[in-house]
Ligand binder design. Structure first.
Ligand code: SAM
Length: 284
């Protein structure tokens, strides 16, 4: 039985009475080429531990298990646990956990499992892609990379560079922690059931050093949010929505950072945001 074939999904529906949950973003992959691209894109080595988010019926899991030392698969849907126990039964290096990745203390789990060289993977439900990525990055997840499939538009925002229309707070946040590589575009036609969006697979390689030297990360992200919260306004105006920043502080900080007060957030590099927030910090 080939897991990725639509007839396997039919078999599982009949045998386990499984029903797709729209609420859990269940769109299962049925294309071996795409599965291979994701797994190859993650560059898994035999000494790696893969943490997979949302294995579904295990199509990515079984390919990863053939390459990694160990795979830990976290699936929220209780109904899929007996299915995964059957579909992944032949592997003795796979641990299936019934849980919600958003509620799990991921680093504690990785410690408990003595996971080394951690690579995170997943074909994520579209509506929680950003919360999952930000949770992992903000918590400082002990991983080398995160290879994930997401809605194409979200991927466009994550990888956007200054000056482009998609560049925004999400681009800055992810690029602050990671370098971003596009692995593949994926058409909606390869999923069952078919979603109404196309997808992209990105690999986020977690940086050993952050991309910019922000002395106060919280203030740095406040400046980023303020800038993009009012994209059409000049920095002189938008920065005044940061707590404690008045016109004078904004003006002087921009001047000392060497940045024209009439520029807009969408033109700023990460390093320029850091310089501005460092100057503001000195004045608060
Ligand atoms: N990996 C499978 C594939 O590619 O065919 C399934 C992908 S499907 C888009 C997303 C999977 O994530 C579903 O199996 C769903 O039940 C699971 N899921 C949804 N929310 C989750 C959460 N918060 N934590 C863990 N798994 C979740």
């Amino acid at each position: 039985m080939k897991l990725y074939e639509p007839k396997t999904i039919r078999y599982i529906k009949d045998k386990y009475g499984f029903r797709f949950s729209k609420n859990l973003g269940q769109n299962f992959l049925t294309d071996k080429n795409i599965i291979d691209k994701i797994v190859d894109g993650a560059e898994i080595e035999s000494e790696d531990t893969v943490l997979e988010i949302g294995p579904g019926i295990g199509v990515i899991t079984c390919e990863a298990a053939g390459k990694a030392g160990k795979v830990i698969a976290v699936e929220i849907d209780k109904a899929l646990i007996p299915v995964l126990e059957e579909t992944l039964g032949e592997f003795n290096n796979v641990k299936i956990i019934n849980g919600d990745i958003l509620k799990l203390d991921v680093n504690s789990l990785l410690d408990e499992e003595k996971a080394e060289n951690v690579k995170i993977m997943g074909n994520l439900p579209y509506y929680i892609t950003t919360p999952i990525i930000m949770k992992l990055l903000e918590e400082g997840v002990r991983a080398r990379s995160i290879t994930i499939m997401m809605q194409k538009e979200v991927a466009d925002r994550i990888k956007a560079l200054p000056g482009s229309k998609s560049y925004g707070a999400l681009s800055v946040a992810v690029q602050y922690y990671c370098t971003v590589k596009k692995i593949a575009d994926v058409p909606r036609s390869v999923f069952v059931p078919q979603p109404n969006v196309d997808s992209t697979v990105l690999r986020l390689d977690i940086r050993s050093e952050k991309a910019a030297e922000a002395e106060d990360e919280e203030l740095f992200f406040s400046c980023v949010r303020a800038g993009f919260g009012q994209r059409r306004k000049t920095l002189l105006n938008s920065l005044q929505t940061v707590k404690g920043v008045n016109r004078e502080v904004a003006e002087e900080s921009l001047k000392d950072a060497g940045i024209d007060a009439a520029r807009r957030a969408e033109t700023l590099s990460l390093e320029e945001f850091a310089q501005i927030s460092n100057q503001i910090r000195r004045r608060l």
